[in-house]
Design a binder for this molecule. Structure first.
Ligand SMILES: [Zn+2]
Length: 347
């Protein structure tokens, strides 16, 4: 059993409003599990508005929270069923840090969504040991929260297309929500206030009609004050922006431009590798392949971030693909394009 001072420290570290740590365990290969207790005993009855502290039933559940370093963190919480002595109503208490029927804390969800904005659902799922479906649920919750709110004082709007591949196994509940064909790709459009760095809208479909309707619902009062619309390279966004916000300057999103170039660079690298395999001269082939070995990382990383060994490797790659003269010209051009883009965009 942990000492009181230990528990006090853990509560401080966890930094979650309204709860205290009453126990914790560290399980190897899983992470840290905190058992929590609600600090306040009294709950307001949602039916009559009077206060009750009568417990009807304990209801323990485990939710995931932000990690500590590389350790996953789980919270064992008691979402109590309460009884109201005034009106006999029985109800489940609300907790500020986790939605009902959800298995991730709100701050964990926030972090995941931020990551999705900078990457894509598939990679974020993999990195955080989540299923793609779990992330989709997070996005949908966010979308339904945002649908009733109009953005305030929005000057710089980011329209961000997010692609995610549907899971093969779709639960029945899911099929009810959206009709999807197995294996079909579903796209989300995420709207961001770039100044406040805040997600302000979520659209489940990526069609022009859906996006237009969503934005129109904000009204002219909001749309006419937007000075800049930052879009990725998808042309539908551009035409929507031109139609609804003619006063706004349209800029191509930095991140997406970079990502596009990086993706092209990586696929060029793979193509060269494939073509090199076909070269008949064994010596020549081996020389290029040797140079390309482990080249992905140094090619994709910022040049200024490379350490000495990586810089050497970069030179080696350059030498290998240059000597070939044919297939690698592509790689070289793309590579230069990448650094040019970076310079122009100040990345
Ligand atoms: Zn009541």
């Amino acid at each position: 059993m942990a000492s009181n001072s230990e528990l006090y420290l853990m509560t401080q570290l966890l930094n979650l409003e309204g709860v205290k740590v009453i126990d914790y365990r560290i399980i190897e290969g899983i992470g840290i599990i905190f058992s929590l207790e609600n600090k306040k005993k009294q709950v307001i009855c949602p039916n009559c508005g009077k206060i009750t502290e009568l417990l009807h039933q304990n209801n323990f559940q485990t939710v995931r929270d932000l990690s500590f370093g590389n350790q996953s963190v789980y919270l064992k919480i008691n979402r109590r069923r309460m009884r109201c002595p005034h009106c006999q109503n029985k109800f489940t208490e609300e907790l500020d840090f986790v939605r009902r029927k959800r298995i991730h804390t709100l701050r964990f969800v926030e972090k995941i969504i931020e990551e999705v904005l900078n990457s894509d659902i598939k990679n974020v799922a993999k990195r955080n040991d989540l299923s793609e479906q779990e992330i989709e649920t997070m996005l949908k919750d966010l979308g339904s929260d945002l649908v009733t709110e109009k953005p305030k004082n929005l000057k710089k709007l980011g329209i961000d297309g997010e692609g995610c591949s549907r899971l093969e196994s779709i639960s029945n509940r899911h099929v009810d929500e959206i009709a999807v064909v197995k294996g079909q790709r579903n796209y989300y459009v995420i709207l961001v206030d770039l100044e406040k760095k805040k997600v302000i809208g979520m659209i489940e479909k990526r069609t022009k009609k859906e996006i237009t309707e969503y934005l129109k619902a904000w009204g002219k009062g909001v749309l006419s004050k937007i000075q800049e619309v930052s879009i990725d390279l998808w042309k539908t966004y551009k035409s929507v922006a031109e139609e609804l916000m003619p006063q706004a300057a349209i800029v191509a999103d930095r991140f997406h431009v970079m990502k596009q170039v990086t993706d092209e660079l990586d696929s060029a690298r793979r193509k060269i590798k494939r073509e090199t395999e076909k070269i008949k001269s064994k010596a020549k082939k081996e020389k290029i392949l040797e140079g390309l070995k482990k080249s992905k990382y140094v090619l994709l990383k910022n040049e200024k971030d490379l350490n000495e060994g990586e810089q050497e490797k970069l030179k080696e790659v350059e030498k290998a693909v240059r000597g070939d003269g044919g297939t690698s010209t592509n790689l070289h051009q793309l590579w230069e394009a990448k650094y040019q883009t970076r310079k122009v965009k100040g990345l």
